[in-house]
Design a protein. Structure first.
Length: 230
């Protein structure tokens, strides 16, 4: 199962972009600890060095649901601004959300997903037209994206080349779809929910702080109910 996770500073200042960079490292380390394979798909750099307005991470693993539950939401950092020494604000927020990728089904690039068409390759103006259909058009059935190769006199070589070109075309299309999705998610996260952060970190070393009050209160209620039952 693959999931796309976006970490965004929304319209926050440089400090929030700094927090995004920190959260990217923490989330990826946590994912690896939980047996998942995280990959940074894209980063949108901010003005300050080593800071990001947003980043998208792909998670690969059998079951990501428990991990996502621990991260999806608002992340709060409590600390002094690393850029403005005398700034009074001490609370900074970034958003972590799951990105819904393109509805297109790219599938895997197996021959069962590709339709090959052959045709005669000709020179400019119809000159030197081959009598044998050596040119190959590879069509990705799930998306309709196609790529053509006609450079070789061998149909087999053109078939291999067309498949390689098709892979590049699919990757390019996926990146374009991801860019559009990222823009939509950016608009959705222009305002962050700050009242109930899913995680809280504190200080320049970015150590985990106590859980939000909501979780502490729920745990206290659970313990009290156990005492009453016993």
């Amino acid at each position: 199962m693959n999931n796309l996770i976006q970490i965004t500073a929304a319209r926050g200042p440089a400090e929030c972009a700094w927090v995004v960079a920190k959260v990217v490292k923490l989330l990826m380390a946590d994912a690896k600890t939980n047996g998942l394979k995280p990959t940074v798909i894209s980063k949108e750099k901010a003005d300050e060095k080593n800071t990001f307005n947003s980043a998208i991470i792909q998670l690969e693993g059998k079951d990501n649901s428990a991990f996502l539950k621990e991260w999806i939401g608002t992340v709060q950092w409590i600390g002094q601004s690393p850029f403005r020494k005398f700034h009074k604000r001490k609370n900074w927020f970034v958003g972590v959300s799951e990105v819904t990728a393109s509805s297109k089904n790219y599938g895997s690039l197996k021959d069962s997903n590709i339709k090959y068409e052959t045709f005669r390759a000709g020179g400019p103006g119809g000159q030197h037209v081959n009598k044998v259909e050596t040119a190959v058009r590879a069509i990705h059935i799930p998306t309709g994206i196609a790529a053509v190769s006609r450079d070789s006199k061998s149909q087999l070589q053109n078939k291999k080349a067309a498949k390689a070109k098709l892979l590049i075309a699919l990757q390019t299309d996926q990146l374009e779809q991801l860019k559009n999705t990222k823009k939509e998610n950016w608009q959705q996260h222009t305002e962050l929910e700050r009242g109930n952060p899913i995680k809280i970190f504190k200080g320049s070393n970015f150590k985990p702080n106590h859980r939000p009050k909501k979780f502490r209160n729920e745990r206290q209620k659970h313990r009290q109910s156990k005492r009453i039952d016993s």
